[in-house]
Design a protein around this ligand. Sequence first.
Ligand code: NBP
Length: 468
Amino acid sequence: QLSEIGVAGLAVMGENLALNLANHHFRVSAWNRSYEKTAAFLERAGSLPVTGCRTPEEFVASLEQPRRILLMVKAGRAVDDCIEAFLPHLDPGDILMDGGNSLYLDTVRRERALGERGIRFLGVGISGGEEGALHGPSIMPGGDEGAWPCVKKYLQTIAAQVDGVPCCDWVGPEGSGHYVKMVHNGIEYADMELISEAYAFMRDYLRLDNSCMEKVFSRWSKGVLSGYLLDITAQIFRRGDPEGEGLLLDRILDAPGQKGTGRWTGVAALETGTPAPVITDAVFQRSLNADVELRARGAELLPGVESTPPVDRTAALADLEAALYAAKICAYAQGFALLAAAEKNYGWKLNYGGIALMWRGGCIIRARFLDDIKAAYDRKPELENLMFDEFFRQALAVNLPGFRRSVAAASLAGVPMPCMAGALNYFDSCRTRRSAGNLLQAQRDFFGAHRYERVDRPRGETFHTEWI
Ligand code: NBP
């Protein structure tokens, strides 16, 4: 009997997704460039309904028509190589899905090129790491909409389920699935950095010990900030060093890595002129922190803070929780603004509430907070900015004093919190009716005759002044 779906690429993600499909009783074919991974997969799958294939031709031939193939290979060249290998064996109407972390612009290109050959291409963002892949990831499919009914059952069945709702729904045309996944990762960068900044504040300013911080993170993870990232943070504070005394965290080099999806989000923000400072600062801060030598030299050469005023730790912790929550609202507002920018740029129609639902389970940024975002877009689907929703406006108002005090205290203590401060500046900029942009326009007109508009004339009418 032919298989219902094929998975190509059997590294951690592909293998686990194939097992997830087979565990749900779907007949699965599997192929990997090098056969060892296929053999290992067949052994792991045991009696599940799987077929291992040695060649692309054998793989394609093992699938019922229209064929459904999920590519789970390294983003970039490998995806094009696989497409090239499968293409001669495919028929019009067959469906290729790229489930890797591909750049959405590559997906747009591939969908167009394959569409001309009658092959239906989907860019499918998948989040949740290897555990998610096996037990239920968040899945964000976009591309050729005609293919969606043919793959919906498979993707929605293996996705995470929250309150009986699958964390997988149709996102939109072209590269929108991968774009939404990219923005998800940008928000993930911001979320992680904000939590890390709260840690720096507690460790370096409040001088709390690890057990105290564990209690704080555990408490926060049960409140409005409840979600996967705070949950694992609390767990990290309970993990001893397997090689000796003390907490493992204290032995980990403070040089973070990154694979590029945060950077892509930053590039998309710059290219579309969409302010997303919490996300871009999170990317920059990873780079800055990764430069251990620069920071060591800076610690020797640059002046520090002589002394910090006495602090009420209980009050400061309450403020910090408020700051983390308010900054998170700003970060998500920026992420959703990036979605809106893509909608405008590419003419995609995106379902923001649906996207929030897809992120409620299976993925790294899953959190209670996403229900509030869904509710906000239900109240007003064309919401201009998440911060303008009545629930979030109220939440910001309540948490603002603590937010300001935390950023100010960190600044006075010399503890870097670029994302928290960036979030606050974003908030304040968004509520500034008369900005300093008038001076900037004057400067531009002064040196470059770039012209300016006047407050007392209609928009679009421009002026130039001979300044000297
Ligand atoms: P990797 O990203 O490490 O890719 C390894 C797979 O790509 C292997 O199956 C490898 O085959 C195959 N491959 C390569 Br490399 N070059 C190839 C080529 N030219 N032709 C055919 N196959 C090729 O695997 P992964 O970590 O499972 O991730 C798969 C995708 O999912 C990636 O796009 C990743 O960014 C994304 N993703 C990963 C995670 C995660 O937590 N790991 C989470 C979410 C999304 P080989 O065995 O023959 O070398």
